[in-house]
Design a protein around this ligand. Sequence first.
Ligand code: NAD
Length: 251
Amino acid sequence: MQIDLTGKVALVTGSGRGIGKAIALSLAASGASIVLNDINQDSISAVSAQLSGLGTRNVALQGDVSDRAAVGRVAKSAIETFERVDILVNNAGVVVRKPMEDYSEEDWDRVIDTNLKGVFNFSQAIGRTMIPRRSGRIINIASIMGEVALPPRASYVTSKGGIIAFTKNLAAEWAKYNITVNSISPGWTNTEMTGKYFAQEEVRRFLLERVPLGRFAETSDISSLSVYLASDLSGYITGQNIFVDGGWTIQ
Ligand SMILES: NC(=O)c1ccc[n+]([C@@H]2O[C@H](COP(=O)([O-])OP(=O)(O)OC[C@H]3O[C@@H](n4cnc5c(N)ncnc54)[C@H](O)[C@@H]3O)[C@@H](O)[C@H]2O)c1
């Protein structure tokens, strides 16, 4: 079945590259207008030009998801441009790999503030505009590491587990407004975030031996689920965390 998001407006955080960019392009390919957001202006300007070339209405709004004032500005500007946001994808994220005993407070705060507080900030800012319309889709990008640990990533694992719990709570709270809230938990995916890590032959072999499907995910493996969760086809799914991990978490 062809999914048609024509007339819908989607805001995707961290959409300058990687999974967020793939989600923005996939939602656009299904007909949605796109609000791009990233901390990096150049990257979203490039994606914006690409979308415009494809004939997609879009706007690129720079802003740090962990900064409540910046998130407020982005949300206001998005609504001024498109009158509403139907689909919010909280994707922006960072990782710090460091033994727990060496973690600084700054390391901890940067990851928790970006990955978890960022989801709170945007869900509230955009959710407040969805409530009066009694309609909305919120999709949070968590991780296999919200479910299973792979040290040393104390703050990352904590943030992703937090996103999964936050998703369930918000889904229960806003179901009465017909807003669905789900999370996608990608497994190991080829992006800039993982590029250097995957480039180490030993690491690559260690990880691939543990992925039942025997390959890393491409960003399109993740973005295709976001299109489904953004569509009317998924209207009765809420509060769920869905793994797209080649089977990593089943064994
Ligand atoms: N790549 C993987 O294997 C993998 C696996 C599981 C989950 N994830 C999650 O998927 C999401 C995207 O990951 P990716 O691999 O595409 O990462 P990436 O590093 O390639 O891209 C992340 C994007 O988010 C932006 N960003 C970072 N901090 C931001 C902030 N404070 N405000 C706004 N934008 C910010 C970056 O500029 C970048 O464009 C993250 O939440 C990540 O934790 C990735």
